[in-house]
Design a protein around this ligand. Structure first.
Ligand code: FAD
Length: 565
């Protein structure tokens, strides 16, 4: 019989405990949780603010009583592990209600203490009502406070997943919400070109979104920004990120990694063979860039926990590292991302040759009322075609597409593999050739050199340089709105009007989403033109890309209007 102690009773801790029990009926398993709840849904916390989850208690999935009855696992709530004596293999525990301390011995110890929200010491913070969101008590306190204090104006600081989900839920509950982000974009799992769709959705739904501006101080119910802007706020929610909870590990001489998380080997073992660590507190191996990174997500925490339970019970684990897959709902839009983003590749200064495709096909058959444009970006290595990452944003099932790509990445798939994938199809669900297949087609066409493309994000430069742009949409579409100075030669007239097109300067072709301009580019290639380039993502991609900055930067527009559908 082994005695296994676990620090932390939520995602990683509870998963490890349950798996350990499935391995052995004899082992003694005790889980220590410093808070009043074990096994609650952190990911659902923001949905209590919007009323989707009515009662805070509903966020708690298991009780200590259920753990005993169903799993014979002892879950000691309100018990904080305050130190580890590695020589004698004992932990010191403090009951947070009574203050009483005691020792507990272990054969194996698993650390899953999670992460703590960063609350910077901004001048004036002590004078303003501020909250952060990590557990059921936090969300319950916040919800009760904004209701009882009649808060109207709430500022959320930080545009990561917690900040954005919190904004949406507060808005749905009827508050005036400002979201302040110091970087030039929210949601780092998305590249700047893709995230503009989410920026637009937030402002369309009434969020006062401020990017590229830092909070300097708080004064008299105002948030003062570096730009000089003052935002009136009764309540502040800090969501600028989390730091691994490492005090316990550090104080007991366990090694930390260069990013400040607990260092573990591929079996999640620390530098002490009897102590493992999982979840938000550790650094994980990045399978796509051969280095460690922090990945504070529930799925990885639970998978690591299962692996540790297996390893303690003598099973080999196959840790291939992590690629990072995530999904978010932002009002009417869903966004999913996996693997590397372009911004990450640049930030890490990765020595890698890659290319990118953008496409905006329908997520279902166009005749079906449920069909919507699906904005898709795929990043792949050149010349191998190995898939490196993908992002999808739309009103429908983006996670299905990104999950397929994530699976492909884990199995070392290339763009050629995407072409052949047999994915489910019926009109309410998708198209006979899914966007994932299209990704493979477009990428391999580009890799073969069949045609050239440029991103919609480069169009502003083209317009400023007075480049030769042809809009191949039909006349009525062009008349509704178009790029300033673009010439209209509809695809249906393209062949008969080919002589109007110059051969000696670059010619940029676009349509609504990139499909017709791809055909026009091929007509030109096949007729001997060497100067055509299709604008990927087309006028719709451009409209989404330009909109938020047009609205907030007070700059000249490069389109006569927008087309968002
Ligand atoms: P946790 O689940 O946080 O558990 C750690 C526990 O350890 C805490 O309860 C803490 O009180 C306890 N503890 C710490 N120190 C001690 C100690 N010394 N003694 C005793 N107990 C201790 N991830 C997703 O994948 N998708 C999402 O949509 C998503 N949404 C999220 C929304 C919110 C609001 C939050 C806060 C997180 C969200 N996450 C999401 C992240 C996800 O919840 C975490 O990655 C995951 O819970 C990490 O698991 P963990 O076991 O490492 O830490």
């Amino acid at each position: 019989m082994k005695k296994i102690l676990i620090v932390g009773g939520v995602a990683g801790g509870a998963s490890a405990a349950a798996r350990l029990r499935r391995h052995s009926e004899e082992d003694q398993i005790i889980m220590f949780e410093k808070g009043p709840h074990v096994s609650f849904s952190n990911c659902c916390l923001p949905y209590h603010l919007g009323g989707t989850i009515k009662e805070a208690e509903d966020l708690v999935l298991m009780s200590p009583e259920k753990f005993i009855k169903q799993y014979n696992i002892e879950a000691r709530i309100n018990n904080e592990v305050i130190s580890i004596d590695r020589d004698s293999k004992n932990i010191r525990v403090k009951n947070t209600l009574t203050g009483k301390e005691y020792n507990e011995s272990y054969d194996k110890l698993i650390l899953s203490p999670g992460a703590k929200p960063i609350v910077p010491n901004i001048p004036g913070i002590e004078k303003i009502n501020h909250f952060s969101i990590r557990n059921v008590t936090d969300i319950d306190n916040l919800n009760k406070f904004i209701k009882s204090s009649n808060s109207r104006n709430i500022s959320v600081i930080g545009g990561g997943v917690i900040g954005v989900e919190t904004c949406e839920n507060l808005k749905e509950a009827g508050y005036n919400v400002t979201l302040i982000e110091a970087a030039n974009q929210i949601m780092k799992p998305f590249d700047y070109d893709m995230v503009q769709i989410l920026h637009k959705e937030l402002v369309d739904k009434g969020i006062n979104l401020i990017v590229e501006d830092k909070v300097c101080s708080f004064e008299n119910k105002n948030v003062i920004l570096e730009s000089g802007k003052k935002i009136n706020a009764d309540t502040i929610i800090m969501a600028i990120g989390v730091l691994p909870e490492t005090e316990l590990a550090k104080n007991s001489g366990l090694e930390l990694g260069p990013l400040g998380g607990i260092k573990t080997d591929s079996n999640y073992m620390t530098n002490d063979e009897n102590i493992y660590a999982v979840g938000d507190a550790i650094e994980v191996y990045g399978a796509l860039f051969n280095d460690y990174f922090k990945l504070p997500l529930a799925g990885p925490a639970q998978k690591q926990a299962r692996s540790v339970a297996d390893h303690i019970n003598g099973m080999k684990i196959n840790n291939k590292g992590f690629i990072g897959s995530s999904v978010i709902k932002v009002f009417d839009y869903n966004g999913a991302s996996t693997g590397l983003t372009e911004e990450f590749i640049k930030m890490k200064k990765m020595n890698i040759h890659y290319n990118v495709i953008w496409a905006i096909p329908g997520d279902g058959v166009g005749l079906m009322p449920s069909s919507n444009p699906l904005h898709f970006k795929l990043i792949y290595e050149v010349p191998s075609g190995r898939i490196l990452g993908a992002q999808a944003i739309g009103k429908g099932n983006v996670d299905k597409r990104i999950d397929v790509i994530a699976t492909g990445i884990k199995l070392n798939a290339t763009i050629d593999d995407l072409k052949d994938l047999e994915l489910c199809y019926a009109p309410p669900f998708g198209t006979a050739k899914d966007v994932v297949n299209f990704g493979g087609y477009i990428a391999s066409n580009l890799l073969n050199g069949d045609y050239k493309q440029i991103s919609f994000s480069k169009v502003r430069n083209l317009v400023e340089e007075n480049a030769y742009i042809i809009d191949v949409r039909e006349k009525d579409e062009f008349e509704l709105s178009h790029i300033i100075n673009a010439k209209n030669i509809p695809l249906s007239e393209f062949r008969e009007r080919i002589n109007e097109i110059p051969k000696d300067i670059p010619v940029y072709l676009h349509c609504r989403s990139g499909q017709r301009s791809y055909n026009a580019a091929l007509i030109m290639e096949n007729l001997g033109f060497k100067n055509s380039c299709s604008i990927a993502g087309g006028f719709m991609g451009l409209s989404f890309y330009e909109y938020f900055n047009d609205l907030t930067l007070n700059r000249p527009k490069i389109v006569t209007g927008y087309n968002f559908d």
